[in-house]
Write a protein of this length. Sequence first.
Length: 255
Amino acid sequence: MSDKDETDDSIPQPTSTWEDALLRLGILDKKAVSQMTSPEERWRIVRYQRILDIEHLNYPPASKSFISVKAFVQHLHYLKHRCQVLALSSLVEKVLSGEKIEPLTVAITFDGGYVEQFTQVAPLLERLELPATFFVLPKYLNTDLPRWPEAIMAFATLVTLKKTTLSAYPEFAFALKNTDELARFSKWTQFEMAEHVINHLLKLRLEHREKLLPNLLRTIGAELSQAKLPRTFARHEELASLNPKLFSIGIAGMT
């Protein structure tokens, strides 16, 4: 594949140093860049979660761990032209063996098994011949409902459309500590309420959260199943369609 095939006139090509480019795009921070250019540590794992078309979302992302499709394409072109991109397994082998690693070596990974990673991201990576590892959540594969934080955000969207409030549902009462908070809570937008509930759940011990979620998700799932929202997670056949010469699959540990 020629350089001409790998680039796109609509994508800004590198015009400054590699370090400046990645700092500006937000791929790495200053500490990471300085470490990658030092003799002691010259490699990094670049980790992504969600790659979203921000202008066409059905509901706000529940996590800050996302970038837009446009920004992601820019990331890939900078990584392609300024870095040595290795498969994660190859990078691990080099590190464990003590083999010399060239400066600015990276491995690309994706967490979560989100559908866009396989329908949109993998074709972009394959076009640029960039290897990557996808870490999936087995219990969410082939499911139509989103993971619980996204489900809460999606439910907030439905509640807004119905012109009601999350505080009217007893299943959300666990996130309210006292009557003063209830008064403040009732003045928030539904998305602010949803963020409050998500943050409250994330602060709980895992076993406590696991006790609260089933009842909450039964209420949410019953209504979301009728809303016909776009699915969040990949299906087995989408994983099976990956090019094995470029891509590998691992297991993620998110709950």
